[in-house]
Design a protein. Structure first.
Length: 262
């Protein structure tokens, strides 16, 4: 039985998701369909990649992941099927694969041998991705889908900046609670910390956090807090509150950590 996950920016309002699920169940009647997220901001491959990267690792090997975000094929960004860590990913080669995958894929195939239906040319998830998923489900292989490709189109994620005892990072993800995840990793923080006192500065110098929590409940309701989340990245939040809304934080908002020598 194939497990097929779906990530899109359709947000449940349109018929697209229902049509795709119907097509998948018609050609893969034994498939188990799993919704990762359909609330991705329109065309936001950075947000989609964060969701997929942190979710797929908990799926059984051999799972198939359809990426329906910025999925239109262009001459520069063809449709690909990619095998990585014994999982299969289907989408457009627009940089999203490179953001999901830390190392090199096991196999990259350009999708060229799948029959296209003229009436669905603007709907690649239905027209192409569903059929590719069915092929992989049946053969547990990318063979026959098209020619192999050596590398992926790469996007370089924004890195935290280290300068004069300060880490300057950016917000890379905001969850439905308004908690913000930054690109500051636990490893980077610990390499700079060296048991020194520190201040996490949110919105310039107006809001300061001086400790790292292990759990949200360590602070009273309404208090600001910082912790390293399950992604191993620094998260800033308000216990039982919406930090992003309160402070009008957005993707790429700066978060700084200043370390102080004794």
């Amino acid at each position: 039985m194939a497990i097929i996950s779906l990530t899109t920016d359709w947000q449940h309002r349109d018929y697209y998701l229902g049509a795709l699920k119907g097509r998948l169940l018609s050609i893969c009647p034994d498939a188990q369909l799993v919704d990762l997220s359909h609330n991705v901001d329109n065309y936001n491959i950075s947000q989609a990649s964060f969701i997929i990267k942190n979710a797929f690792i908990h799926f059984p090997k051999g799972s198939i992941h359809i990426i329906g975000v910025k999925s239109e094929e262009t001459p520069e960004h063809p449709h690909l099927a990619v095998k990585y860590q014994d999982h299969y990913f289907i989408g457009a080669d627009n940089g999203i694969f490179s953001l999901v995958m830390k190392g090199d894929p096991q196999e990259i195939v350009r999708i060229e041998n799948t029959e296209k239906e003229a009436q669905f040319l603007t709907f690649p998830e239905l027209n192409i991705f569903s059929k590719v998923a069915a092929h992989i489900s049946k053969h547990n292989s990318l063979a026959g889908l098209g020619p192999t490709q050596k590398s992926l189109y790469r996007l370089v994620p924004i890195r935290a900046l280290i300068q004069k005892g300060t880490i300057t990072g950016q917000v890379i993800y905001i969850d439905s609670y308004g908690n913000v995840t930054t690109n500051i990793s636990k490893e980077l923080f610990e390499s700079m910390n060296q048991k020194r006192e520190f201040e996490i500065l949110v919105q310039s110098n107006h809001y300061r956090i001086t400790k790292i929590n292990k759990n949200y409940f360590e602070n009273s309701e309404g208090d600001f807090l910082a912790l390293f989340n399950s992604s191993g990245l620094l998260e800033i939040a308000i216990n039982k509150g919406n930090l992003a809304e309160l402070l009008q934080l957005d993707i790429n908002s700066d978060i700084r950590i200043k370390f102080h020598d004794h």
